[in-house]
Design a protein around this ligand. Structure first.
Ligand SMILES: [Zn+2]
Length: 134
């Protein structure tokens, strides 16, 4: 008698997956989302390396998707930036010890000149930030 299985009066306890619009920040059910990828050289996907250089946009409607997409259309695609994003992902992915150039190449799929160009690009940006920050 203590194992009553009646669902009478019970609310739905299963959480509905929700998404957040990249433009208006509205929360809506996942199955109503409008999403797609746009080119973005700062995007290195932590779980889907095939999506490197692509940014997933999620929006509440077609109009908002188009606005966010248009914002990326004028963003320059810088290869060095993408290489730097891949390096950052590799270096922050739970490997406390320093990696050799060869190991970095294996893990990122980049050639040594690309790794050096990415580090130079990253360092140049850091210097630019320090110059603009008071
Ligand atoms: Zn929206």
């Amino acid at each position: 008698m203590w194992k009553r299985k009646s669902r009478k009066g019970r609310r739905t306890t299963k959480p509905v997956p929700v998404e957040l619009c990249d433009l208006c920040a509205k929360v809506f059910p996942e199955n109503e989302s409008v999403s797609g990828y746009v080119p973005d050289s700062s995007a290195a996907d932590p779980t889907h390396p095939w999506a490197d250089g692509l940014r997933l946009i999620t929006a509440c409607c077609d109009d908002h998707f188009d606005v966010v997409k248009a914002g990326y259309a004028h963003r320059p695609f810088v290869e060095e930036e993408l290489w730097a994003a891949k390096l950052t992902r590799t270096l922050t992915a739970a490997c406390p010890q320093a990696l050799s150039m060869e190991q970095l190449g294996c893990r990122t799929g980049l050639q040594e000149p690309q790794i050096r160009a990415a580090i130079a690009w990253h360092n140049e940006r850091m210097r630019d930030q320090q110059r603009t920050d008071p």
